[in-house]
Write a protein that binds this ligand. Structure first.
Ligand code: SAH
Length: 244
C-alpha cells in the first residue's frame, strides 16, 4: 500500500499545487505516493449548496457546518487506521518527529478549514486531531496541509533517494543544521571555511557538530534546553529519518 493523503477542502484545485513539482511531483507522477483532494461542497444538500453559516452566539464571519463536513468525511470512507487531522491554529504545533510518524503510517485524512473555522461538534464526533503549523493565522487550511504533506513525502522511501539525509538534518538530535557551502571556492571575498576543503572527515564532522550546537544555543534556546533535558535523563533522542 502506498502512502496516501486524502484532503477535504472547498478548493480542490489548489492540489497538488506546489507538490506537483520537483521531487515530490515526480514521485507523485510515478505512483510513489497518492493524493486525493475531495470537494467538501459535494456534500452540501440544500439548493444553494451552502457549506457554512453564521456563528451561533454572534460574531464576525462564517463557520463550516457540522453536518456537511461530517458527510464529507464519511464519504471519503477512509481506512480506520488512518489519522484524521484538522489543520487548525489551535492545534498541537507540528514537529519533525510527528512528521516522521505520519510518514511511516498509511497517510492521513486532512480537513482544511476556511472562514472562522469549523463547527466544534464535528471535531469531537469524528475525533479530528487538530494540527497547527505555527502561531500565526492563515486564511485557510490548504497551505498548512500542503506544508504537512510536503514534510511527509520527502521522507518516503524512494522520493529523495540518497538525498533523504534525515539523520543529519535540522531537528534530529534537537539540533539545527550546520551551515552549508558549495562552489565557488570564494564568493565576494568570502572563502569556504578551510576545514571543509581539508579532506579530513573527522575534523569536518567535529566542525559541523560545533556549528550546529552554537547555532541552536543562540537561535533556539527552547530546542537547546530540550536537548539538554533529554541528555540528562538518558532518553533516546528522536531520529527524524525513516530512511529507505
Ligand atoms: N478563527 C480561527 C481561525 C480560522 S483561520 C481562530 O482564531 O482560531 C481559517 C482556517 O485556516 C482554519 O480553520 C484552519 O484550517 C486554517 N489555519 C489557519 N491558521 C492555521 C495554522 N497556523 N495552522 C494550521 N491551519 C491553520
Amino acid at each position: 500500500m502506498i502512502w496516501r493523503a486524502t484532503v477535504l477542502t472547498l478548493f480542490p484545485d489548489m492540489f497538488p499545487g506546489p507538490l506537483g513539482f520537483s521531487l515530490a511531483g515526480k514521485a507523485l507522477a510515478s505512483g510513489l505516493w497518492a493524493l486525493e483532494a475531495r470537494d467538501i461542497r459535494a456534500s452540501a444538500t440544500d439548493r444553494h449548496r451552502s457549506v457554512d453559516d453564521t456563528p451561533a452566539g454572534g460574531g464576525p464571519g462564517m463557520v463550516l457546518r457540522a453536518d456537511v463536513l461530517a458527510d464529507a468525511i464519511d464519504a471519503a470512507d477512509i481506512a480506520p487506521d488512518r489519522p484524521k487531522l484538522l489543520m487548525s491554529p489551535r492545534g498541537r504545533p507540528l514537529t519533525q518527529s510527528q512528521v516522521v510518524g505520519l510518514a511511516a503510517g498509511p497517510g492521513p485524512l486532512i480537513v482544511c478549514g476556511r472562514f472562522e473555522g469549523i463547527d466544534q461538534r464535528v471535531i469531537e464526533a469524528r475525533r479530528l486531531e487538530e494540527v497547527s503549523i505555527g502561531d500565526y493565522v492563515l486564511s485557510g487550511g490548504e497551505i498548512a496541509a500542503l506544508a504537512l504533506i510536503d514534510a511527509c513525502v520527502r521522507l518516503l522511501p524512494g522520493v529523495m533517494g540518497k538525498l533523504a539525509s534525515g539523520a543529519d538534518e535540522s531537528f534530529s538530535d534537537f539540533l539545527l543544521e550546520y551551515p552549508q557551502f558549495t562552489r565557488p571556492q570564494e564568493f565576494e571575498g568570502r572563502p569556504i571555511p578551510e576545514v571543509l576543503t581539508s579532506g579530513d572527515h573527522a575534523r569536518v564532522a567535529a566542525w559541523r557538530q560545533a556549528e550546529a550546537e552554537a547555532l541552536t544555543r543562540s537561535r533556539r534556546p527552547d530546542l537547546w534546553a530540550a536537548r539538554q533535558a533529554s541528555a540528562k535523563i538518558g532518553q533516546k533522542r528522536p531520529k527524524d529519518t525513516t530512511d529507505g
